[in-house]
Design a protein around this ligand. Structure first.
Ligand SMILES: Cc1cc2nc3c(=O)[nH]c(=O)nc-3n(C[C@H](O)[C@H](O)[C@H](O)COP(=O)(O)OP(=O)(O)OC[C@H]3O[C@@H](n4cnc5c(N)ncnc54)[C@H](O)[C@@H]3O)c2cc1C
Length: 342
């Protein structure tokens, strides 16, 4: 474990924003966690947990207390070669992209559509990370976590994680630090059914088709790159948190009306029907690359906010408010941010 003081957090976030951590603990070896707990108990509040910083806005003032950066790595598979179901146990700091690569190479289906999403595996239940018809809830079996209220390690099954659309019991809570996660995947050379039209079009197959795992990951990556949703793919829009806003839930009547206007309306695994937040932002009159406040603008590829030289966390937060106000004024829909403000 590495312990440092007054370290700038900005370089540890994909937005490149945020002040220092009073004390930063970087955990590489899971065996050091008890030592970390003993040190963290000296602070008045549970630590702020940071993975790869791809879904957070760290304030310009930084974090007063302890910040734990999860950098533990490791993937262990259990299950006989003749069994269809394989359990995959992963350390919380393991990169999701690496995990998806390993599972696809092993011929396991269940998380192939999550390819290209940055961040750590430990953060995936926090907002039930998902994309292109798949989400963490589809394959998460259980997690182990340190419960700062009970002062011990607990095992929570997927139901206890309360996974919903980009939410869970962990979202906006510091009660738990996720340590390990177990996913149940299935052996198959073919992907889950392709439910997104854009991905099906990239593959030139009908919606609902199942295709070889490596082909679907290439197609998803191509679609994501075209929207700047793969870090490092654009060169100009890389100081990003992906989507800033949740796609708002709509009623069946609203869905019919919006579909008639060619709005991207999708049904999600939790049963909700939602309209794309990007479409609403565009309807509100924002153009790609439009500056919103100093150092913060619309991405040049997608209707989401990105940071440039001169950005601050306060400015980014202000830009979020301005987009929310304008979307509400022009479309009558209130957008909610999916980010965590630390
Ligand atoms: C280009 C881009 C594309 C993206 N595309 C998608 C997408 O398609 N779908 C999607 O759902 N998200 C997407 N995201 C958002 C983001 O990648 C995910 O939310 C990711 O899971 C965040 O992981 P992280 O390690 O960076 O978490 P961080 O940003 O470091 O943390 C996020 C939250 O999780 C908490 N947390 C992190 N680790 C732990 C832990 N071990 N225990 C307890 N709490 C923890 C943090 O305290 C914080 O509240 C995208 C982001 C970017 C930049």
């Amino acid at each position: 474990m590495r312990v440092t003081h007054e370290v700038l957090l900005a370089p540890m976030t994909t937005l490149g924003l945020g002040g220092p951590a009073a004390v930063l603990f970087e955990l590489f070896d899971p065996a050091d966690f008890p030592e970390f707990v003993a040190l963290a108990d000296a602070f008045p509040a549970p630590p702020v947990c940071l993975g790869e910083g791809s879904n957070v806005v760290v304030s310009d003032a930084g974090c007063e207390g302890a910040v734990l950066r999860m950098s533990t790595k490791g993937v262990r598979m259990t299950g006989r070669a003749d069994e269809e179901r394989v359990l995959v146990e992963v350390q919380a700091g393991h990169l999701l992209g690496d995990l998806v690569g390993i599972t696809v190479a092993e011929g396991l289906t269940g998380m192939e559509m999550l390819v290209g999403i940055p961040g750590t595996t430990g953060a995936t239940p926090v907002q039930n990370v998902g994309a292109y018809g798949q989400e963490t809830a589809d394959c998460l079996l259980e997690v182990t976590a340190w419960d700062w209220e009970l002062g011990r390690v607990v095992t929570l099954d997927a139901a206890a994680c309360g996974l919903g659309h980009r939410t869970s019991v962990f979202k906006h809570s510091r009660r738990w630090t996720l340590l390990t996660l177990v996913f149940a995947l299935r052996r198959s050379e073919l992907s889950a059914p392709v439910t997104y039209r854009t991905v099906a079009a990239a593959l030139d197959v009908p919606v609902g088709s199942r295709v070889p795992l490596d082909e679907v990951t290439q197609a998803v990556l191509a679609v994501r790159r075209s929207k700047g949703m793969v870090l490092g793919c654009s060169g100009t829009d890389d100081r990003s948190v992906g989507s800033v806003f949740l796609s708002p839930e709509i009623t069946p009547v609203q869905a019919d009306g919006l579909r008639a206007r060619n709005a991207p309306v999708n049904r999600f695994p939790d049963g909700s029907t939602r309209v794309s937040a990007s479409w609403l932002i565009r309807q509100a009159g924002f153009a790609l690359s439009t500056p919103i406040v100093e150092g913060v603008r619309m991405s040049s590829l997608h209707y989401t906010l990105v940071a440039d030289e001169g950005a601050t966390a306060a400015g980014f937060t202000r830009a979020i408010e301005l987009v929310q106000q304008e979307v509400l004024r022009r479309t009558g829909v209130r957008l909610t941010s999916e980010l965590d403000f630390l």
